[in-house]
Design a protein. Structure first.
Length: 221
């Protein structure tokens, strides 16, 4: 039985995977969706949260989990996998930010995006963007999403990732939403990940959960 550890991106929580997890369960998999800390925390704290989740999973010796990170969580899952390479057999990024040791999200993102986020930062927190910013324009989905998103700790975008090279020895796949908005393909190719397209917005787990679940299963088989 494959175990998928699903890590949500910025402003989101484990609930972001609610439409995907039942489909993975139907395929015979089990899932863990860890919550990432809020408050005065940074990227390294979030990586530690995922490491704790990995350490808490029984029955994966010799097989390893598939670690999935969406958007900002691409950085989180790679740092976590770098600390526990023996427990992770595949890394999957869904429109995920990723880079080499010493890079932060702000190092990877386009300057206008960084400037916009810094302008939305107050008291160490980055304000929640409108649902349309992550490609959600259906009124019901937008309302559902707006109720759940929470401000993002600014340090999570500022801290540089800490990698020893262990994560780079784990096979990785980047699922890229189309049409693309940010340079996720460049990030993936720079770290040697194979790329697989999916038609849908950045929050594709909300709009096309079936297609995303199938791709996650396929690329990690």
């Amino acid at each position: 039985m494959t175990t998928f550890v699903l890590v949500a991106g910025a402003w989101h929580g484990p609930w972001a995977w609610d439409r995907v997890t039942p489909l993975l369960h139907d395929a015979g998999a089990r899932t863990v969706a860890p919550a990432l800390g809020e408050g005065d925390v940074g990227l390294h704290d979030h990586a530690d949260d995922v490491v704790a989740a990995l350490d808490g999973i029984d029955g994966i010796d010799g097989d390893g989990v598939v670690l999935v990170g969406h958007s900002y969580a691409g950085l989180v899952v790679r740092e976590a996998a770098d600390q526990r390479p023996d427990r992770v057999r595949h890394l999957v990024l869904v429109d995920g930010w990723a880079g080499p040791d010493g890079t932060s999200l702000y190092d990877l993102a386009p300057a206008p995006f960084v400037q916009a986020l810094r302008g939305r930062t107050s008291g160490g927190r980055i304000a929640v963007p409108p649902p349309a910013a992550v490609g959600i324009d259906d009124p019901d989905d937008a309302a559902w999403l707006a109720e759940r998103m929470r401000p993002q700790p600014a340090r999570t975008f500022e801290e540089p990732t800490r990698l020893t090279g262990a994560a780079d020895r784990i096979p990785g796949t980047a699922i890229l939403c189309r049409p693309s908005v940010y340079p996720f393909e460049q990030c993936a190719k720079a770290i040697g990940y194979r790329t697989v397209p999916i038609d849908g917005p950045h929050d594709v787990m909300l709009t096309r959960p079936g297609a995303l679940a199938r791709l996650i299963l396929e690329v990690s088989a």
